[in-house]
Write a protein that binds this ligand. Structure first.
Ligand code: NDP
Length: 783
């Protein structure tokens, strides 16, 4: 017995293409433009290789026109009430709903994915996304009272989920009051163009949405455009790195949703039949061209043979062929170049010792197809276990214990998602926080919803799309940092101490792993009081000191495992000990800065209060429980980033330092802190407070020296997961530019000035958010 063909008619899409004479311009300022001089390219159906339409390539003039339209439209759009914007988003959702069949068919034809997926997954998720974000627009003023829109934003998306990723980008941007210039992928521009047309039907004001088709170069022009205030990118880690570097010297906000190599972990006590069905959805969904595809099967040794046998039986029954046939499991690969890449990686896997098992059915004669493929006997360090294949290829490995499963799962540069299969919920929930990924699916896989943020750790990028956390990516504080030409000048030693020589060595040491240590270089730097006299000396830290400090910070990961209540108690203890020594700190601040007693006392008292705030927030920055449209929950957990580097400001020597250190500690991060060069003695005095406050060794490490030099070393260090820089524009730029190795999360002041005494911009939940990343753990329930 076999399936009969169950074709979905392409007529609706063909009709739509005919209406446009199969030729499309660019959507700029609410109008279609086809500049005569513009180059064109074609988009083809991967299932047949046949041309679908001619597409216009946006060049410099068009990029400028679109950005300008978005810039002009921004003030009015942002000034609309949340309700008014909500009505547009709602109207867009309704229009997509009305045209859902056309969208589903067109997406399937342009991308090669099955109609079953576009109809039942992509399009419904897109509609849900716009409805959900209509809700955020409606409630923006009450839900985000301290925030406002960023401005015109550039958005660049790949070809694997053209319409869905468009909705993930456009819906939150518009809801927050931003205007958009979107560039779809060259391979799959059609549903973005249909979407622009649909938006016109809703009366969306001109310039609010602009769609520019074109190659990577068009995207690159957007990235470099000075008038765009944010770039949101989904695509390869390789291009993500380029974009990080290209935006390093600007104050553009950036979110990067990059690649993955997600583990699919099967324990011996899992419901194996469900796990096998899960695997089909994990790796053969969208032909495996999914950033969060469960492409690494980690199966417990005791059931490995059984799982492999059952998997082969299930694979043999997969149906691969015409994407418009409703009974197909897998459609076509996006393009011959991608198919070649998949084949090359499979060949490489074979060379490195993997055994290959492939689906034996007949692939269609025409079009671009690749059979479902299973690689067994894969070594954890081999190419096919480490490199994102982005095709229907599963690499299988085994483990013995839960610890080994975690180790193997985390043995990847990426950190997008993981699936855990076990009937023992305790075990799965025990594993979830240990997995270095942005999403954990327990006994399920590839679940998405507009309410639950999606995004990665490590080289899978940063920022979240969807939900509450996703909205913050398109907002900024109303009262943010301001441009400043007035940063405190670094004071150089102009005079020596009147006594000329010290009786005893007064060089403040570095503070690493809970111990005062001499700098590796053996050199010290002078610190000068406001009156020009020598205040003392500080250690001149170097690369080796940073390495030691990062190692110590890594070993202090137990800080994160403490209960938030315990962390809060230690922070309160720091406040108590600082208060006891307030006079000493006041004197130090007065001498170093020249402030009077009242001003210095105010800084110390505000510092004590700030510590109290973070002790208070340590057990209150909790996550959310989402109820996505399934029988289950998604727990949004706020997790620490890990080891964080912090470059401290020159203003407000004590308060500035604590305003950065405290939220990081409250969230459970361990820190390598570079104090302000002219005021480093405040930091070195402060480690004496730390020593008496039960802060475990390695949780705070202080390395004094040149901020630019040490910041660059921290940026390049792959064991540093996050970096905050408050300093000059050069220091900020360097930290972004050199952080592309592990794509660490970087926040900088962009050379601007913060008012450390203003609690609205320098204290509170915004900083707790900056010090954390959200992990969504999906838990289905019921039989
Ligand atoms: P690319 O990174 O090549 O392209 C993504 C987008 O960026 C495309 O629109 C592309 O244009 C454009 N682009 C290419 N070069 C530049 C540049 N220098 N500057 C600006 N834009 C540029 O990825 P693919 O399209 O090949 O998509 C596959 C990758 O995307 C996979 O690695 C996958 O893991 C990742 N991905 C991640 C997701 C996530 O959510 N984390 C989701 C989906 C995919 P053009 O198409 O014209 O080349």
């Amino acid at each position: 017995m076999d399936y009969s063909p169950a074709p979905e008619s392409p007529d609706l899409a063909i009709e739509w293409l005919k209406e446009h004479k199969s030729s499309f311009g660019l959507f700029i300022n609410g109008k279609w433009r086809k500049p005569k001089s513009a180059a064109v390219f074609k988009t083809v159906n991967p299932a047949s290789g046949k041309k679908l339409a001619t597409i216009t390539e946006a060049g410099k003039a068009e990029v400028n026109a679109a950005v300008n339209a978005a810039k002009q439209a921004f003030p009015k759009w942002n000034a609309l009430s949340g309700h008014e914007r909500a009505r547009y988003l709602y109207a867009i959702a309704r229009q997509i709903q009305k045209h859902s069949r056309l969208f589903a068919v067109l997406e399937s034809m342009d991308n090669g994915k099955t109609i079953r997926e576009t109809r039942d997954i992509d399009v419904p998720l897109v509609i849900r996304h716009f409805y959900h974000h209509a809700g955020w627009a409606q409630t923006l003023e009450s839900e985000f009272p301290e925030h406002t829109a960023i401005g015109p934003v550039g958005q660049i998306i790949p070809w694997n989920f053209p319409l869905m990723l468009l909705s993930w980008k456009i819906a939150p941007a518009l809801a927050a009051g931003n205007t958009v210039v979107l560039k779809p992928a060259e391979f799959t521009p059609l549903t973005a163009l249909l979407f622009a047309e649909i938006c016109s039907l809703t009366g969306l004001p001109p310039g609010v949405l602009n769609v520019l088709t074109g190659p990577g170069n068009t995207g690159s022009m957007l990235v470099k455009h000075p008038d765009l205030k944010k770039i949101a990118f989904t695509g390869s880690t390789e291009v993500g790195r380029i974009i990080r570097e290209q935006t390093a010297d600007s104050d553009k906000k950036l979110t990067l949703e990059l690649g993955g190599k997600s583990p699919f972990i099967v324990f011996e006590d899992a419901d194996l039949d469900s796990a096998i069905e899960g695997l089909v959805d994990a790796i053969w969904f969208n032909q495996g061209q999914v950033c969060c595809a469960g492409s690494r099967l980690l199966v417990q040794e005791s059931v490995a043979e059984k799982v492999t046998d059952r998997l082969k039986t299930r694979m043999a029954k997969l149906r691969v062929g015409d994407p418009l046939d409703k009974s197909m499991d897998m459609g076509a690969i996006i393009a011959p170049i991608q198919k070649k890449r998949i084949q090359k990686l499979v060949d490489q896997g074979k060379k490195e010792g993997a055994e290959i098992w492939q689906w034996q059915g007949t692939l269609p004669q025409n079009g671009c197809y690749f059979p479902p493929t299973l690689l067994t006997n894969v070594a954890p360090a081999s190419t096919v276990a480490q490199t994102e294949i982005f095709g229907p290829v599963l690499s299988s490995m085994t483990f013995r214990t839960p610890d080994e499963a975690v180790m193997l799962a985390n043995n990847s540069a990426y950190g997008l998602a993981a699936s855990v299969w076990s009937e023992n919920i305790n075990q799965s929930l025990h594993l979830a926080p240990k997995l270095k990924v942005g999403v954990v699916w327990i006994n399920c896989t590839n679940q998405f919803d507009a309410s639950a943020g999606f995004g990665g750790y490590r080289e899978s990028g940063y920022g979240r799309e969807g939900g509450h956390e996703g909205m913050f990516e398109y907002l900024k504080l109303k009262k943010g940092a301001v441009d400043s030409a007035q940063r405190l000048k670094v004071k150089q030693a102009t005079k020596t101490d009147k006594s000329g020589q010290y009786q005893i060595d007064r060089t403040a040491k570095l503070y690493i792993g809970g111990k005062q240590t001499r700098p590796d270089s053996g050199y010290s730097l002078p610190v000068v009081n406001a009156d020009g006299s020598l205040a003392g000396e500080i250690g001149h830290g170097n690369r080796k000191d940073i390495r030691n400090a990062v190692e110590a910070a890594n070993k202090a990961s137990g800080w994160h495992s403490l209960t938030p209540h315990s962390r809060a108690q230690i922070l309160y203890f720091i406040a108590e000990n600082l208060e006891t020594r307030s006079e000493e700190f006041e004197n130090r601040i007065m001498r170093l800065t020249g402030l009077n007693k009242k001003q210095a006392a105010q800084e110390v008292q505000t510092s004590v209060s700030r510590i109290f705030t973070y002790a208070a927030l340590a057990d209150k920055h909790e996550g959310l429980v989402h109820q996505p449209p399934m029988r289950g929950l998604a727990l949004a957990l706020n997790e620490p980033i890990g080891v964080m580097g912090i470059i401290c400001p020159d203003e407000a020597p004590l308060l500035g330092l604590l305003s950065l250190l405290l939220p990081a500690l409250a969230m459970g991060n361990s820190v390598v802190l570079i104090p302000s060069r002219p005021f480093a003695l405040v930091a070195t005095d402060f480690y004496q407070v730390l020593e008496t406050s039960d802060v475990p060794p390695g949780v705070v490490n202080i390395v004094s020296g040149n901020a630019l030099e040490l910041g660059t070393i921290l940026a390049k260090h792959d064991d540093v997961a996050g970096l905050w820089v408050v300093g000059t524009m050069d220091e900020c730029t360097n930290s972004k530019k050199f952080s592309t190795g592990n794509m660490k999360i970087v926040w900088t002041c962009d050379g601007k000035e913060l008012d450390w005494f203003d609690s609205q911009q320098s204290e509170g939940r915004e900083w707790m958010r900056r010090a954390s990343q959200v992990k969504n753990v999906w838990i289905p329930y019921g039989e």
